[in-house]
Design a protein around this ligand. Sequence first.
Ligand code: ZN
Length: 491
Amino acid sequence: MEHPLSIYNTLTRKKEQFIPLHEPHVGMYVCGPTVYGDAHLGHARPAITFDLLFRYLTHIGYKVRYVRNITDVGHLEHDADEGEDKIAKKARLEQLEPMEVVQFYLNRYHKAMDALNVLPPSIEPHASGHIIEQIELVKKILDNGYAYESEGSVYFDVEKYNKDHNYGVLSGRNIEDMLNTTRALDGQDEKHNPIDFALWKCAQPEHIMRWPSPWSNGFPGWHCECTAMGKKYLGQHFDIHGGGMDLIFPHHECEIAQAVASQGEDMVHYWMHNNMITVNGQKMGKSLGNFITLDEFFTGDHKMLSQAYSAMTIRFFILQAHYRSTVDFSNEALQAAEKGLSRLMDAYNHLQKLTASDASTVDVKDLRRKCYDALNDDLNSPIVISHLFDAARAINSVKDGNATISAEDLKELQDVFHTFIFDILGMRDEASAGGNNYETFGKAVDLLLTIRQQAKANKDWATSDKIRNELTAMGFDIKDTKDGAEWKLSK
Ligand code: ZN
């Protein structure tokens, strides 16, 4: 590939050059949501981080198969292994079918992802649709001697596995420390050891989500789904597995153990994790009362929000931090992101109207290379954005008549801006247009305004007023300038 990409591999704890197993194909698996509630800011971050990676890999020429799963069974309340199933609990409380809960929140999740301009993955498999594959995985691990059956459930034998392999290789934990800190919860007497994790759980009589298996009527342990579905859709060995840092332990550690115990080696070549979002320095969580859903951001309807924030403001806010740094939510930080984004979008819009001169006094030659260099350095989106801000300053000085730009440089700048802002960073221009069709939409409004200019020149005031009044009634702000008119969608 023309662009050598380096990414930080959580497993080796260093930046590595990205070399796919089967160029130009790339297999990428990202742990998706457990759909029992509305998506919040914490869901936006992995979705946007891996959307950036998906867009960038595609942009530089790879053919990416991106799998993002839907967890709709087996995610229990306590560390995924004990307590009630999160979806079954919601279904019980709301007197719904568990799959009604899943569908309801999944539809809402998709809407929120669309608003954030997160591209849909290539495949979005449901855990409940892959029970057979998960049972096969559990059988393999049992056959290889790394699991045991107890009271109709099957548990992974962590100590036995650790004698032959290394449990803790991803998280850097060791089992002695884990043994000292693992608390025995109800039902753990079934386990030989409190650090063992469930591969299959026998369903209690009141448990509604259950399937037949060789061991009991029950349901798979949470960690099984990603190992089984990753293998099914991406093969025994694939390139990238991603998710939030909070999934490193136990979820991804257990996935590695399951893969090694079933097929002798891990499936994944590069493990990637995005950092967390904090709220005023604290972890975001339902119990902490600082939990803000994406819809609440979009409407401003939450006591911690001083205003509504558009989906693109949220996206820009997240991309302004490197994915491995923490992001702290505050109204001030989001307002700054909103301002920054509109500065960039204004510059983009001015850029379309600049007139070229014979020579440039602004230097835009290296912009494209600098942006690629930043992304190739472990997806450094904040550096890309800072280069674009530098370019925005150059655009403004040309616009204000303090600098000039040649036709060739102008074309290059327009192309670089478009490529990085829209195609790779995945922004949409919300102010001058709505949705994906901003360009076509904008051109149509420009055309109406040109017709209005001609009507004015012909002293056809009826036509000129009609266009102006009707656009205003539709929600456009029309401002007359000395050589035409500018427009904006009013809020
Ligand atoms: Zn997963």
